[in-house]
Ligand binder design. Structure first.
Ligand code: 3HC
Ligand code: NAI
Length: 693
C-alpha cells in the first residue's frame, strides 16, 4: 500500500480511498495503490471492494502531467484489467467528476453508485487522444454504439441522471461517497448479486462506421482525435474484447505521438496558468457586487449582459434617453437569447431586466458602484471627458476600467486624480459570449485593482490575460501585423478567398476577410484614414478595399464587402468587383502576380503572427508566451489544437521559422524585421515554452 490509496477493512468490505489531491488523478502511486489494495482485499478474506475518492472528486482522469514521458508500469489498462478480474465484488462510488481514465476505472468495477451531482465523461478527445484504458471497448457494451460514439467523440460530461439512463451507473443515492458505496456494496452482497464484468457483455450494434468517421472528421475542422476515436469504437463492435483493446492501444499511441496532442495539452494547462500571476499572491481583490457601464452600444450592452448573468447589479449610463432605451433593447435581446436557450429561468430574466439593471443618463447614479467599465466611442477626448466625470461621481476605492481597443491607458489614467484605480478591461465582441478578457495594467495601476479585474473576469466566466500598455495590447497588436501580411500577399498575387480558405483549412473558424466583413469594413477604413498621416513611407498599404467602402459596402451589415451576401449571410460568395480592383491596383504598382499555394499562405501568415508575438513577449507586453497563446485561442479563433501561435512555432521548429522570416525580409526588409527574442531563442537553442516554466 502507499499514501495515495488508503486501505481499510470495514466488515466484509475492503475500502480503497484514493487520496491524491486536488483531483485524484491516476498517477503512478495511485495505480500501484489500487492494485495493491485489490490484492490485499483478496488475501484479507473480504467479499467486496469499494473504490472511492477522498476530497472533491472520484478520479478525474489519468495524470496528464505524465503524458509524453516514459510510462511507468503498471499502465492504466492493466490496473483496469486487474480490478475487473478480481473474484471479489468491486463497486465504485462516484462524486465530483469521474472523467477519462477515472471513468474507465469505474467501468472496470462491477457496479457503480453516484451522488446526484456527479458528472461522468470521456473528455480525452479534447486533449488530442482517446480513452486508452478500455473506455472505447467497455462503454459501448453498456450504452450501445450510438450513445458511446456521442460521448467519446464529443467528450461531453453527463450528469448522474443521464448516465443512469444510459446504463453507465447503476444507482443514484444521496450521501457521502463512503456511505453510498458501503450501503450499495452491502445491498449487492445481501442480494447475492453476481460480479458483472463489462468486458464480457456482448458487443454493441454495428453502424456505418466509415460514414461516421468522415462526418466526425469534417466536424473536427482539422482536429483528428474524435474521428480516430470512431475507429476505436468500431473495433469494440467488430473484434473480440482483447483484440479491441489492442486496437484501442495502437490508436491511443498514434494520437499520443501527434502535435495536436501537445497543442491541446498545452492549452489545457495554459488556460489554468494564465490567470495565476505571481505578483498577485496574497493580494486581496476588492469586493464587486455593483457595476457601472458607460455606453450601451455593441460592447457596453454585451458587458452589461455578461455582468448580469454573473449575478451583478448593473447601472448603465448613456448619452440620452433614446440611446438608453436602445441599450436596454440590446441587453434584453441578449438575455432573451439566454432565456430561450434555457441558460436562465423566466424569473431570473425578469429580475435581471428589472431590479438588477438601471439605465440612466446621469453620472450621479454611479455613486455606489464598486467598478465601472467604460465602453464609449474610441476617441481619446471622449474617454478623458468620461473619466473626469467618473472621477467626480464614483466613491473612493471604485475601480475605473476602460474597454478601449487601442488607446493609451496611461493617458486615460492620468486624466483622473486616482490613476492607481484605473485599468483596462478589454472584452471581445460579443462580450457576453467571447471568453477572452485582456486585463491591461497601466504604470500606476494598484495590485489590488489588478486582482479585482481578474476576480471579476473569473466571476464572469472569462479567461483573463494580463497585458501591458501599447497600441492594441496583446491581441489587436498581433492581429494588425498578421492582417497586414495577408494584404501584402493579395498585392503579390493571392486572392482574399484563397487566403480565407487556406486559413480555415489550417483550423481557424473563419478567414481574415470573412471576419472583416462580419466586423464591418468601416472600422478598418476609419483606422487607415487615422493612420495615413503617420505612416512610414516604406509601409505597403492596399487601397482597393477603400474603394469598396467608398461605394457604401461595409460587409455583412450592408450585404456586400469582400463577399456578396445577396444570397444570405451564411452563403457569401466572392464579390467580383474585389478581384477586378485588386488586379487594377497590382497593374498600377507594376506588380506581376505570383502563385501562392496554401502552404505558402499559412507559412507567411503564421510567421508574421509569431514574429510580432515574440516582440510582444520580448517587450513584456505579455509576460509569458502562454499569455499570447491563450489570447489568440480565446479571442481570435486560433485553433486550440495547435496550442496557440507560440506553441505552434515551437512545434514547427524556431530555426526554420526564423530562416523563413529572413528570406521574406529580402524583398520587404521594413515589414520583416526578425524579433530580437526569436533570434535569441534560436541562438540559445531554446523554445518559447521554456519561457513558460
Ligand atoms: N491530471 C493532472 N492534473 C490535473 C488533471 C489531470 N487529469 N485534472 C486536473 N488537474 C489539475 C489542474 O491542472 C489544476 O492544477 P493547478 O491547481 O496546478 O492549476 C488542478 O488539478 C485543479 O483543476 P481545475 O482548476 O481544472 O479544477 P476544477 O475544479 O475547475 O475542474 C476538473 C476539475 C473538471 C476535473 C478539471 O480539472 C478537468 O476537466 N480535468 C481534466 C479531466 C480529463 O481530461 N481527464 C481525462 C484525462 S486523459 C485520460 O484519462 C487518459 C486515459 O484514457 C488513459
Ligand atoms: P458603439 O458605437 O457601438 O457604442 C458606443 C456607445 O457609447 C454608444 O451607444 C454611445 O451612445 C455611447 N456613448 C458615447 N459617448 C458617451 C458618453 N459620453 N456617455 C455615455 N455614453 C456614451 O461602440 P462599441 O463598438 O461598443 O465600442 C465601444 C468601445 O469598446 C470602444 O472603445 C471600442 O474600441 C471598444 N471595443 C470594441 C469592440 C468591438 O468589436 N466593437 C471590441 C472591443 C473593444
Amino acid at each position: 500500500m502507499n499514501n495515495a490509496v488508503d486501505y481499510t477493512l470495514q466488515g466484509e468490505i475492503a475500502v480503497l480511498k484514493a487520496q491524491n489531491p486536488p483531483v485524484n488523478a491516476l498517477g503512478y502511486d495511485v495505480r500501484i495503490g489500487l492494485i495493491a489494495g485489490i490484492e490485499r482485499a483478496e488475501s484479507d478474506g473480504a467479499r467486496a471492494v469499494l473504490i472511492y475518492g477522498d476530497g472533491q472528486t472520484y478520479f478525474a482522469g489519468a495524470d496528464i502531467r505524465e503524458f509524453g514521458q516514459p510510462m511507468r508500469e503498471p499502465a492504466l489498462p492493466e490496473v483496469c484489467y486487474r480490478i475487473e478480474a478480481s473474484p471479489l465484488l468491486v463497486v465504485s462510488s462516484l462524486h465530483g467528476t469521474a472523467l477519462g481514465g477515472g471513468f474507465e476505472v469505474a467501468l472496470s468495477t462491477h457496479y457503480r453508485v453516484a451522488v446526484p451531482s456527479a458528472k461522468v465523461g470521456m473528455p480525452e478527445v479534447q486533449l488530442g487522444i482517446l480513452p486508452g484504458a478500455g473506455g472505447t471497448q467497455r462503454m459501448p457494451r453498456l450504452t450501445g454504439t450510438q450513445a458511446a460514439l456521442d460521448l467519446i467523440t464529443t467528450g461531453r460530461h453527463v450528469g448522474a441522471a443521464e448516465a443512469h439512463k444510459l446504463g453507465l451507473i447503476d444507482k443514484i443515492a444521496d450521501g457521502t461517497p463512503l456511505e453510498n458505496g458501503l450501503a450499495f456494496a452491502q445491498e449487492l452482497l445481501e442480494q447475492g448479486a453476481p460480479r458483472r464484468v463489462t468486458s464480457e457483455l456482448p458487443a454493441s450494434e454495428a453502424l456505418d462506421f466509415d460514414a461516421i468517421y468522415e462526418t466526425t472528421l469534417k466536424k473536427g475542422r482539422g482536429q483528428v482525435s474524435p474521428a480516430v476515436a470512431v475507429r476505436a469504437v468500431q473495433a469494440s463492435v467488430e473484434l473480440p474484447f482483447s483484440e479491441g483493446m489492442k486496437r484501442e492501444n495502437e490508436l491511443f499511441m498514434e494520437l499520443m505521438a501527434t502535435d495536436q496532442r501537445q497543442g491541446l495539452i498545452h492549452a489545457f494547462f495554459s488556460e489554468r496558468a494564465v490567470s495565476k500571476l505571481p505578483e498577485l499572491k496574497g493580494v486581496a481583490p476588492r469586493d464587486v457586487t455593483a457595476m457601472g457601464v458607460i455606453g450601451g452600444g455593441t460592447m457596453g450592452a454585451g458587458i452589461a449582459t455578461s455582468a448580469l448573468l454573473a449575478g451583478l447589479d448593473v447601472t448603465l449610463i448613456e448619452m440620452n434617453a433614446n440611446a438608453a432605451e436602445a441599450a436596454r433593447g440590446r441587453i434584453e435581446g441578449n438575455l432573451g437569447g439566454a432565456l430561450k436557450r434555457g441558460k436562465i429561468s423566466a424569473d431570473k430574466y425578469e429580475a435581471m431586466t428589472t431590479k438588477a439593471l438601471v439605465l440612466s443618463t446621469d453620472y450621479a447614479a454611479l455613486g455606489d458602484v464598486d467598478l465601472v467599465v467604460e465602453a464609449v466611442f474610441e476617441e481619446m477626448s471622449v474617454k478623458k471627458e468620461v473619466f473626469a466625470k467618473l472621477d467626480a461621481a464614483c466613491k473612493p476605492g471604485a475601480v475605473l476600467a476602460t474597454n478601449t481597443s487601442y488607446l493609451d491607458v496611461n493617458e486615460i489614467a492620468a486624466s483622473t486624480s486616482r490613476p492607481g484605480d484605473v485599468i483596462g478591461m478589454h472584452f471581445f465582441s460579443p462580450a457576453h459570449v467571447m471568453k477572452l478578457l485582456e486585463v491591461v495594467v497601466a504604470d500606476k495601476t494598484a495590485p489590488e485593482v489588478v486582482a479585482t479585474a481578474f476576480a471579476l473576469g473569473k466571476k464572469m466566466g472569462k479567461v483573463s490575460v494580463r497585458a501591458g500598455v501599447c497600441d492594441g495590447f496583446i491581441g489587436n497588436r498581433i492581429l494588425r501585423h498578421y492582417r497586414t501580411v495577408a494584404d501584402h500577399m493579395i498585392l503579390d498575387g493571392a486572392s482574399p478567398y484563397q487566403i480565407d480558405k487556406a486559413l480555415t483549412d489550417f483550423g481557424f473558424a473563419m478567414g481574415p476577410y470573412a471576419v472583416a466583413d462580419l466586423a464591418g469594413l468601416d472600422i478598418g477604413w476609419a483606422m487607415r484614414k487615422r493612420l495615413a498621416s503617420t505612416r512610414d513611407p516604406r509601409e505597403r498599404v492596399t487601397k482597393y478595399i477603400d474603394k469598396i467602402c467608398e461605394a457604401g459596402h461595409f460587409g455583412q451589415k450592408t450585404g456586400m464587402g469582400y463577399y456578396d451576401y445577396s444570397g444570405g449571410k451564411r452563403g457569401g460568395v466572392p464579390n467580383a468587383d474585389v478581384m477586378e480592383l485588386i488586379t487594377a491596383e497590382r497593374a498600377e504598382l507594376g506588380i506581376t502576380a505570383q502563385d501562392f499555394n496554401d502552404a505558402d499562405i499559412v507559412r507567411r501568415y503564421m510567421a508574421a503572427m509569431v514574429n510580432e508575438a515574440a516582440r510582444v513577449v520580448g517587450e513584456g507586453i505579455a509576460r509569458r508566451p502562454l499569455d499570447v497563446d491563450m489570447t489568440l485561442v480565446f479571442g481570435y479563433g486560433f485553433p486550440r489544437y495547435h496550442g496557440g501561435p507560440l506553441k505552434w512555432a515551437d512545434l514547427q521548429g524556431l530555426p526554420d521559422l526564423l530562416a523563413d522570416i529572413r528570406s521574406y525580409s529580402e524583398s520587404d526588409p521594413y515589414f520583416w524585421q526578425p524579433a530580437p527574442l526569436l533570434e535569441q531563442l534560436v541562438a540559445e537553442g531554446r523554445t518559447f515554452d521554456d519561457l513558460n516554466k
